[in-house]
Design a protein around this ligand. Structure first.
Ligand code: SAH
Length: 403
């Protein structure tokens, strides 16, 4: 039946839900009879959502399709600030499960007509009485529209147990509202031919139910029961910056690239591009200042302090020291991710890709030019042992407050 509609009817139904989600921004959404997870796949892009759950009685289809709900590579490369969790359950809408209570939105798209009328009553009690979400969207075929398809006999699908006229749908919906404390608006998708709107109605009829204020209290009767009748088949937390490990990884990338940019600016200046460097001096002033305080670095021999505070002397690899305070003031992304300077230092401290100065106030970068020169020399001489030392930087007093 879909081909006569453009976009196809099933897409129009899903778009109806997506538009509702855009307007109402529910945080917890449950799709009943989610089948191939097509709607869930689209809903996961609405990142104000924190929990997205699908339920279907057909576990085999869920298992076949559930991997399409996994995060994509872009979700890992650019983790969101939001927290999204997706879960899929195998079970029947005629049974209760405490994990599916308290949602903001429950959708039931072309599901109820697959239930016997006795099971529709159970569905009403479970969904409206027990799950008691803030809103419910129910779509089901409008039998009156079928007359526009004379070649078709019987119901639209072999598994449909019934198809309701608008009056039958309305009568069920109003009873639900009365029994469980909801109000309902009737609408639909799949427009009838011009002039037949009143006579035929939409191809898919839709009821949008909203829980009346104060009625949630009645459902507290169920609160003590912890029923778990569904089987969890799939659960996935999407990459989020709320995960400390992910935050640390993204932050390290930003810090290292920010520090590298400052280092390059400094290097350009020291190679004599004076006019341009004047303009950039302010940008990397603090980074350069620390280098200027250690001119002896050039000579490769310097007294430094090891992790235990002992003075040692060694042949030194040249480093560029970029104070975190400079990165903080120059890189908005680092600021956004770090939260505070001390938090930033904490997150960088034990990361293997980052070398901090002893007082933790600066990132140390190896001088690449020197490394390249040394590499050439080592290759020439056949000397293969690498020497790595960190430059000790004078602690800046109260550097946290300098920003
Ligand atoms: N909502 C989907 C598919 C609708 S087809 C869409 O919009 O495309 C109906 C789905 O309901 C099927 O996947 C079927 O397995 C499921 N279903 C049927 N009876 C069910 C029940 N008692 N509990 C949960 N799901 C059921």
């Amino acid at each position: 039946m879909d081909p006569i509609f453009s976009p196809p009817l099933h897409r129009q139904r899903h778009q109806f839900v997506i538009d509702f989600v855009k307007r109402n921004k529910p945080q917890k959404v449950l799709d009943l009879g989610c089948s191939e997870c097509t709607l869930l796949k689209q809903l996961r892009f609405h990142r104000e959502m924190q929990l997205l759950v699908g339920l279907d009685i057909d576990g085999a289809t869920l298992k076949k399709k559930m991997h399409g709900l996994a995060p994509m590579s872009t979700d890992y490369l650019q983790p969101s600030d939001d927290q999204l969790r997706i879960e899929l359950y195998q079970g029947s809408v005629t049974q209760r499960d405490a994990r599916l209570r308290g949602f903001d939105l429950v959708t039931s798209i072309e599901l109820i007509e697959h239930l016997t009328l006795a099971d529709v009553d159970r569905f009403s009690e479970v969904v409206f009485g027990y799950m008691a979400p803030v809103a419910v969207i129910v779509s089901t075929p409008n039998y009156e529209f079928n007359h526009l398809f004379p070649e078709r006999t019987g119901y639209r699908h072999h598994d449909h147990k019934f198809e309701w006229s608008r009056a039958e749908f309305k009568s069920w919906a109003l009873k639900v509202c009365l029994d469980y404390g909801y109000e309902v608006e009737f609408t639909g998708v799949g427009d009838p031919p011009a002039g037949q709107e009143e006579r035929v109605g939409f191809c898919s009829q839709i009821g949008v139910f909203r829980r009346l204020r104060g009625r949630a209290v009645c459902n507290m009767l169920f609160c003590d029961e912890d029923e778990f009748s569904y089987t969890l088949l799939y659960s996935k937390n999407y990459p989020s910056l709320h995960d400390n490990k992910i935050l640390q990884r993204v932050l390290v990338t930003e810090v290292l690239s920010g520090a590298e940019t400052l280092r390059r600016k400094w290097a350009e200046e020291t190679t004599g591009d004076r006019d341009a460097a004047d303009g950039r001096a302010e940008a990397c002033g603090a980074a350069m200042r620390i280098l200027a305080e250690h001119p002896e670095v050039e000579d490769g021999e310097l007294s430094w302090t090891d992790g235990r505070g002992q003075q040692e002397s060694c042949e030194l690899r040249r480093c560029v020291s970029v104070p975190l305070a400079v990165l903080w003031s120059r890189c908005p992304k680092v600021r956004g991710l770090g939260g505070s300077l001390s938090n930033l230092r904490q997150l960088l401290m034990d990361h293997p890709d980052v070398t901090l100065s002893q007082d933790g106030s600066a990132v140390l970068l190896n001088d690449q030019e020197q490394e390249e020169e040394e590499h050439d020399e080592l290759e020439d001489s056949g000397y293969a042992e690498a020497r790595v030392c960190s430059l000790s930087v004078e602690p800046e007093e109260n550097w946290d407050a300098n920003v």
